[in-house]
Design a protein around this ligand. Structure first.
Ligand SMILES: [Zn+2]
Length: 260
């Protein structure tokens, strides 16, 4: 079963070569619009990896399209790599973080695949896939566990908003993990994430960049193959049967393509 890596930033082609040779590239049509291009690579060990760029679009597309397409490609596990703003005073540019919980501050994003059935009543603890999060923690011990504030862009936060988010308990602000993480749950997909602090929040004094983000990116890419290879097979997390109840009650049909 292939995995999926979602990249919220451009990556040098040579770094992608480290994830295996290119085998396929395709875009998919979904009920929520087109998604892709997904590039399939074959790492030296473990299952194939689809890679989806998650940037560069002039308007943000419906996140349900990417997740629906991932399911259609036979993916079970999704690792999202996001650039985040550091709200917490201890976070510096170039730090890596492990989102373990989130606050949804989005306003115009779809909140469910199940607008007509109510089948999205899913617990959010844990907020991210425990298998993927454990693998990140094991291979990237420097990644600080954080609460992620999911916001909408493209604008940056104001200084007043940054102070408010911090009072809410958020450590970082980002644009690409929410609502994705809970929409993935609705399709019984595993969704875990790594963040890299690329800027400090609007109420904090920025320091001059010194290549620290690039260094962190390079180090993260180097550990990705081992991280994917370390994921337990079969999954031990339970994400793949989060909809067991609605399925048993007949609320959801057996064929997931008829969900929603
Ligand atoms: Zn999982």
């Amino acid at each position: 079963m292939p995995h999926l890596l979602i990249l919220a930033q451009p990556v040098p082609p040579r770094a992608l070569e480290d994830l295996g040779s290119l085998r396929d590239s395709r875009s998919l049509r979904t009920p929520f619009g087109e998604a892709g291009p997904f590039a399939r690579r074959r790492p030296a060990h473990g299952p194939d990896l689809w890679i989806l760029p998650y940037f560069g679009s002039p308007t943000r597309t419906d996140p349900r399209a990417a997740l629906w397409a991932a399911k259609d490609l036979g993916v079970q596990r999704i690792l999202a790599w996001d650039n985040v703003v550091g709200l917490d005073q201890r976070l510096a540019r170039g730090d890596s973080v492990l989102p373990v919980d989130y606050i949804d501050h989005t306003k115009h994003q779809p909140s469910t695949f199940f607008e007509n059935t109510g089948a999205g009543y899913i617990q959010q603890t844990p907020a991210f896939c425990p298998d993927i999060s454990a693998a990140i923690a094991a291979h990237l011990p420097a990644a600080r566990p954080v609460i992620y504030l999911g916001d909408e862009g493209p604008r940056r936060e104001t200084a007043a908003e940054a102070r408010m988010f911090r009072q809410w308990g958020a450590h970082v602000r980002g644009l690409n993990l929410v609502p994705e993480t809970y929409l993935a749950k609705e399709l019984e997909l595993c969704f875990g994430a790594i963040g890299v602090v690329t800027a400090l929040s609007a109420d904090r004094a920025e320091t001059a960049p010194g290549g620290e983000v690039r260094m962190t990116d390079r180090a993260l890419f180097a550990i990705l193959p081992a991280l994917f290879a370390a994921l337990p097979d079969p999954p031990a997390c339970g994400c793949d049967h989060l909809q067991a109840g609605p399925r048993q009650r007949g609320v959801l049909p057996g064929d997931w393509r008829q969900w929603g």
